[in-house]
Design a protein around this ligand. Structure first.
Ligand code: HEM
Length: 414
């Protein structure tokens, strides 16, 4: 394969991301013509990296050429039976994907999302006041972790007493993206780990929990999303049990770790660029664009992968059918061709269209409206309390090249 430009940095090594997004690595990638190739092992396996904003949008909007179903959506390969066993809508292409997306969309449209404002405000206020009383905290444990999961659980109808169990399960799910060895029998799991999402037994725990809650709600429906999911019909068809459990699991993961990361990054940006946030007090109308800027900087999901369904050309590079194509959102979000002075955090950045929620195709984030709402309310409540943060220890990042997660962020109020 003489014509492949082998990339100098090993993007498959989670250690590269241990101190956050390696900006130099990605600016080097964007400056290289065409796409770059990262080999894996000796057997010819590897992947193309897409680092420029426009290329990420092009890949995202062409699911016929760049499939989510033909291979795994993470870099490592898995067997076909494992793909089948774990498939949720994020691992599907149209028309299978379109059917499920139509079923779940109503719960996420702006009109319905707005109902959650008082719940988010109450939860956020309570935790912020605790942090103020203590003069600081580990921001992740004290707020960024419990808020997103609390809101998703409220939405789904998971009772309050089970929220901690959901946090535990998602943490153990994310652990599957790192090198940490996991106990295959945890949560009563008997399924081989290779068949489970993120190779984590927590996926089994989540599935069992979803099944039991679904059965309860089918027998005695309430005003919550699980009741709607287990009874909703499109064209006379319901979701199968498996589809429902897979969606439940996807929501718990997708809406949790991502928003947690954005909330933690919000505080890092506040500590780094206090003058930008001071401006919001005078101009609160800039809060929505500040929220977009927070997500652009955070890029909570570092990448998603697609698989080429045919030979094609992108950015002048020949891609062969079956090859892996990895979209680095954390690179597109700092593309100099798209953003003026991208390393600068600006609450008034005009029309921030970033790829933090994906490049705009059929899989574009289902929960972006909810995430925006949570971040907006959090920012409003922080500003209302005039909170200013000093970071007292180096932030501890999740050891992963997939999520830009933060494990611990110790802050003191100044
Ligand atoms: C700041 C927070 C968030 C970020 C950065 C984020 C990011 C993303 C990204 C990058 C994708 C893939 C897009 C693509 O492949 O084109 C995605 C998909 C998805 N997200 Fe989010 N997300 C966030 C919050 C949420 C929340 C709060 C929920 C739900 C409660 C959610 C649910 C989903 C679902 C279900 C999908 C799959 C959509 C599909 O396949 O059609 N996300 N998200």
């Amino acid at each position: 394969m003489p014509d492949r430009q082998i990339f100098t940095a090993d993007l498959n090594d989670a250690g590269l991301f241990d101190a956050g997004i390696p900006q130099d690595v990605f600016s080097g990638m964007r400056a290289t013509r065409g796409l770059v190739w990262t080999p894996i092992g000796a057997a010819g396996d590897g992947f193309w990296s897409v680092g420029r904003f426009a290329d990420i949008v092009a890949v995202s909007r062409d699911p016929e050429t760049f499939s989510s179903a033909a291979g795994h959506i993470q870099i490592y390969s898995i067997d076909d039976d494992a793909l089948q066993a774990r498939a949720s809508m994020i691992d599907m292409d149209p028309p299978d994907h379109s059917r499920l997306r139509r079923l779940v969309n109503p719960g996420f449209i702006p009109k319905n999302i707005r109902d959650y404002v008082p719940i988010v405000r109450d939860r956020v206020s309570l935790l912020l006041d605790d942090i103020i009383e203590q003069g600081g905290a580990d921001w992740v444990t004290a707020l960024a972790k419990p808020i997103p999961i609390g809101i998703i659980c409220d939405m789904l109808g998971v009772p309050e007493e089970d929220h901690d169990y959901m946090i535990e399960l998602t943490d153990y799910l994310v652990a599957g993206t790192s090198a940490r060895p996991l106990d295959p029998t945890a949560y009563g799991n008997t399924t081989p780990l290779r068949l489970l999402p993120f190779n984590s037994p927590a996926a089994h725990g989540l599935t069992e929990y979803a099944r039991a809650l679904g059965e309860k709600r089918r027998a005695d429906p309430r005003d919550d999303m699980v009741s709607k999911l287990v009874t909703a019909e499109i064209d006379g068809q319901r979701m199968s049990d498996e589809e429902y459990c897979n969606f439940f699991r996807l929501l718990i993961f997708a809406g949790n770790e991502t928003t947690r990361s954005a909330m933690s990054n919000l505080v890092i940006q506040m500590a780094r660029f206090p003058e930008q946030f001071a401006r919001l007090k005078q101009q609160p109308e800039l809060i929505p664009s500040a929220v977009e800027e927070v997500v652009r900087f955070a890029s909570p999901i570092l990448y998603f992968r697609r698989t080429a369904t045919r030979d094609t050309v992108l950015s002048g590079t020949q891609i062969k059918k079956g090859e892996k194509v990895v979209m680095w959102y954390c690179s597109g979000n700092f593309d100099e061709q798209q953003f003026e002075n991208p390393q600068q955090f600006r609450v008034d950045r005009p029309k921030t269209v970033h790829v933090g929620y994906g490049g705009g195709g059929v899989h574009t984030c289902l929960g972006s409206g909810l995430a925006r709402l949570e971040l907006k309310v959090l920012l409003e409540e922080i500003l209302k309390r005039d909170m200013q943060f000093t970071i007292t220890e180096t932030p501890e990042y999740v050891h992963s090249n997939f999520v830009n997660g933060i494990e611990h962020l110790h802050v003191k109020l100044s």
